[in-house]
Ligand binder design. Structure first.
Ligand code: GRF
Length: 223
């Protein structure tokens, strides 16, 4: 029996390059894609993510901060089964976390639990990495729970931080890795090959998860 196709919502506040990476990956999978992006939500009317969605013919919702409590309603009326946060700056209401537990994921632009938590988003993360003199940073895909950046980690990939780097160069290096890592994790989630069981991540052995999601902390590029 084949699993029903996932109906994925992507929530984004910014330019939407991770949304684009997901769209491109699902398009490349063609008929074997495990689902469809059926909704893009943004709290910012001017978000580039909304433009990308419109160009791809995907329904969009602009949900300003004062209407954040209506997120579950909007997801439900669109028949959403899975949610991927991609640079979404609003706190996810607890009713959404509860309704989508195990089907709600986020990407964070650092190696959690380092450089995570309240206030650690966007450029703040990369500035903190440079300020700390960290030798390594990276991207983390994780399930979302009620606390910022604390849900079970699905996958991480590391990149080096070089002495000449600033927050911009680190951000660009991490973003390139995000675009590789996130779409594959989201596809695996939609396929039912990644699950949250008793607070732990369980990956289907048939997934060959290690092939594309390396927990290996070694840098993908020579330093
Ligand atoms: C990414 O670095 C993501 O990890 C972070 O915000 C950024 C969003 O970039 N949470 P984009 O909007 O996907 O281009």
């Amino acid at each position: 029996m084949t699993a029903p196709r996932a109906r994925l919502a992507v929530l984004a506040s910014g330019g939407g390059s991770n949304l684009q990476a997901i769209l491109d990956h699902f398009a490349a999978l063609g008929a074997s894609a495990p689902g469809d992006v059926v909704l893009v939500v943004s709290d910012r009317a001017a978000a580039g993510a909304l433009d990308r969605a419109r160009r791809a013919g995907i329904p969009t919702v602009h949900l300003p901060a004062r209407e954040n409590h209506r997120l579950l309603e909007r997801l439900t009326e669109a028949g959403v089964t899975h949610v991927a946060l991609a640079g979404y700056l609003r706190l996810i209401p607890t009713d959404v976390v509860a309704a989508f537990r195990g089907r709600l994921v986020n990407i964070h632009p650092a190696l959690l639990p380092a450089f995570g938590g309240p206030g650690m988003y966007g450029h703040h993360v990369h500035e903190a990495v440079v300020r700390a003199g960290a030798a390594t940073t990276g991207a983390t895909v994780h399930f979302v729970d009620e606390h910022y950046d604390e849900g079970a980690v699905i996958a991480q990939r590391a990149v080096p931080v070089r002495p000449t780097d600033d927050a911009d160069t680190v951000a660009a290096r991490v973003l390139a890795v995000e675009h590789q890592l996130y779409p594959r994790c989201v596809a695996a989630l939609c396929a039912g090959a990644l699950r949250l069981e008793a607070g732990r991540v369980v990956a289907d052995p048939s997934l060959s998860f290690e092939r594309f999601v390396s927990a290996d902390a070694s840098p993908p590029h020579p330093a």
